[in-house]
Design a protein around this ligand. Structure first.
Ligand code: N2P
Length: 361
């Protein structure tokens, strides 16, 4: 009588394992996918998808360095990925499970290899720039027809910011995006790792701090679209999504994005599998699904970010592939810079500086 009982228990255990393998937990940026792809993934693969979102590399990094996040796929930006790889947070990809890797774009792979040599741990999801979103009419109303909407003068010159405060300015809550921009503005190397040079950004930020209504890395999309703010220092595709939401609402708000003419940060968000991912097989299935050219194009068409998948390009809408704010031409590309991670000591300095700037004290 005992044997069947035992084997029944064993069967239950096996079923539980099988059920667990049919699940994948993905942690991605907010406003970063066409949600119909999530359902498509589940119906094509039979794998349950749990999809959570974040809007801060620092939040993701805390989870990755602590371990046991429970996630199977996460999407850090290259400069953060690099530090997390060195901390042992990710597992090497099993490329035999990723036939769609052949669709990837060597131009982008070369750049992401700067953060992840040979792209052993990650594949590109999307990439973009950090720049200036404006409510065109409001900014011109406040600063005049010649308002410098494509210049860092707009957001770092206190004389401009004092006037813009009346219609509302949001900044990303992202020190590694804002500090390089300030460095560029004052003529320093945006990728500087010199503590004294980085310290020069503090007075520049403090001078405009009184005019910044909020530091937040996702609320500016709706705030711009609704006309609640007139300027956001934010991410390219997010501002373009705000433009779209305003057009859809037909509320008369015209939103525009410009990469600052002084130079803009170009970043790469990379899909990676945590070293302790509960379902690494399903994680590979998810990565391979995303790398399908039509799926990748659907995602870019929806969120207005470029991707690292060359085969997807024939499926991109014209307002995506032909917009140089999304797919920069050679001239635009020359004006983009990249950023590499701070070491631990500098990271502490930067965190301290950022806390001070945000509190305004
Ligand atoms: C999507 C923001 C992704 C860009 N909302 C940040 N790397």
């Amino acid at each position: 009588m005992k044997t069947p009982l035992l084997s029944f228990t064993a069967t239950l255990a096996l079923l539980a394992t099988a059920a667990q393998a049919q699940e994948v937990r993905v942690y991605n940026w907010s406003d970063y996918i066409d949600e119909s792809l999530l359902e498509k993934f589940e119906s094509e693969t039979g794998i349950d998808l749990i999809y959570d979102v974040f809007d801060s590399n620092e939040v993701l990094e805390t989870k990755m360095l602590a371990g046991s996040s429970g996630y199977d796929v996460v999407v850090p930006t290259g400069s953060f990925l690099q530090r997390q790889i060195m901390a042992g947070a990710f597992q090497k990809l099993d490329k035999s499970k990723l036939p769609n890797l052949e669709n990837m774009w060597d131009v982008i792979e070369e750049r992401t290899a700067q953060y992840d040599p040979d792209n052993e741990y990650s594949v590109n999801y999307m990439w973009g720039t950090t720049g200036i979103g404006v409510n065109v009419a409001k900014v011109k109303e406040v600063l005049g027809e010649d308002a410098p909407i494509d210049s860092l003068d707009l957001i770092f010159d206190p004389a401009n910011m004092e006037k813009l405060a009346a219609c509302g300015v949001y900044f990303l809550d992202a020190p590694t995006e804002v500090i390089p921009a300030v460095l560029k503005y004052i003529g320093e190397d945006p990728d500087s790792k010199d503590a004294e040079v980085i310290a020069k950004t503090e007075p520049v930020l403090m001078a405009v701090r009184p005019y910044i209504s909020k530091f937040h890395s996702s609320e500016y999309i709706n705030a711009l679209a609704n006309g609640d703010i007139c300027v956001a220092f934010g991410w390219s595709g997010d501002v373009l999504q705000a433009r779209d939401r305003a057009a859809e609402a037909d509320n008369g708000v015209e939103v525009a994005y410009n990469a600052p003419k002084e130079g803009a940060l170009m970043w790469f968000d990379q899909m990676a599998i945590p070293v302790d991912a509960p379902n690494p097989d399903a994680a590979h299935t998810f990565l391979n699904f995303i790398m399908d050219p039509e799926n990748m194009a659907a995602a870019s068409n929806y969120v207005y970010y470029a991707n690292g998948n060359e085969a997807s390009q024939e499926f991109l809408n014209e307002d995506v592939i032909e917009d140089t704010a999304i797919y920069p031409d050679a001239e635009t590309l020359e004006n983009l810079y990249t950023f590499t991670p701070y070491d631990q000591r500098l990271n502490r300095d930067v965190t301290r500086l950022w806390t001070k700037v945000k509190s305004g004290a």
